[in-house]
Design a protein around this ligand. Structure first.
Ligand code: MN3
Length: 236
């Protein structure tokens, strides 16, 4: 272990290691996990510093979540792909191919979690959240009635997802919809469904900051972090 990781506080040390991963990924200019790219895949750098979402999501949570959980899924995917017959496929194709193949459940879980986490980090920004404006606001109003009704439905989906999973705002046809998925599952391979935003409701996303208070985490993300510009861009 190099000197920079020597600290008396173990959680601080882990955080520094997580941050070092962010920094090295950014410095080397590792590419986005482009759908046209093949294994071994690289971590997509976080779109902000690890303390940028604080106090809603602490740097400590980001350090573990990005640096350990997300990175762990990527490592597992790359490891499996060393010998898997899908090793020269793009990430999108790997997810699509493995989603309905029970013998590839391990690879699906790892690849879908990498994709879901990339999408999650982009779904938030510092000083985000609250009522959107522009095209996405028009879609919210047309699909849910108004912003408050959307917020109630999105929060209910996120809070009500039993055990681990994800809540999603999606575009289906010309309507916005709310979906939830369990564990690693993702709407990205489902025909006719385009994800616009997501909230990770696995305990690792909030437990260090909120313990069991998932609703507090979900409401804070919706009120203060949702990246409406990203959602609008995803409308196409
Ligand atoms: Mn997660």
């Amino acid at each position: 272990m190099s000197n920079q990781f020597k600290t008396a506080n173990p959680s601080r040390r882990r955080l520094i290691q997580g941050s070092a991963l962010l920094a090295s990924a950014a410095m080397i200019g590792m590419p986005y996990i482009a759908r046209g790219q093949t294994a071994p895949f690289a971590m997509k750098p976080l779109p902000y510093k690890d303390d940028a979402l604080s106090p809603v999501i602490s740097a400590n949570t980001i350090g573990f979540h990005y640096g350990k959980h997300h990175a762990g899924y990527l490592a597992a995917m790359n490891k499996t792909l060393e010998t898997d017959d899908l090793k020269s496929q793009t990430m999108g194709d790997i997810i699509k191919t493995t989603a309905t193949n029970a013998t590839k459940a391990g690879l699906f879980n790892a690849a879908a979690q990498v994709w879901n986490h990339d999408f999650y980090w982009d779904s938030m920004r510092p000083n985000g959240g609250g009522k959107p404006t522009g095209r996405i606001a028009d879609r919210i109003n047309a699909s849910f009635g108004d912003y408050d009704k959307f917020k109630a439905a999105f929060a209910a989906a996120a809070v009500g997802q039993f055990a681990s999973g994800w809540a999603w705002l999606c575009l289906e046809g010309d309507k916005l919809t709310i979906r939830r998925t369990g564990n690693a599952d993702t709407p990205v391979y489902v025909a006719g469904v385009k994800p616009l935003l997501t909230i990770d409701v696995w305990e690792h996303a909030y437990y260090l900051d909120y313990q069991n208070r998932r609703a507090d985490y979900v409401n804070a993300v919706i009120d203060k972090l949702l990246n409406w510009e990203f959602a609008e861009k995803n409308l196409g």
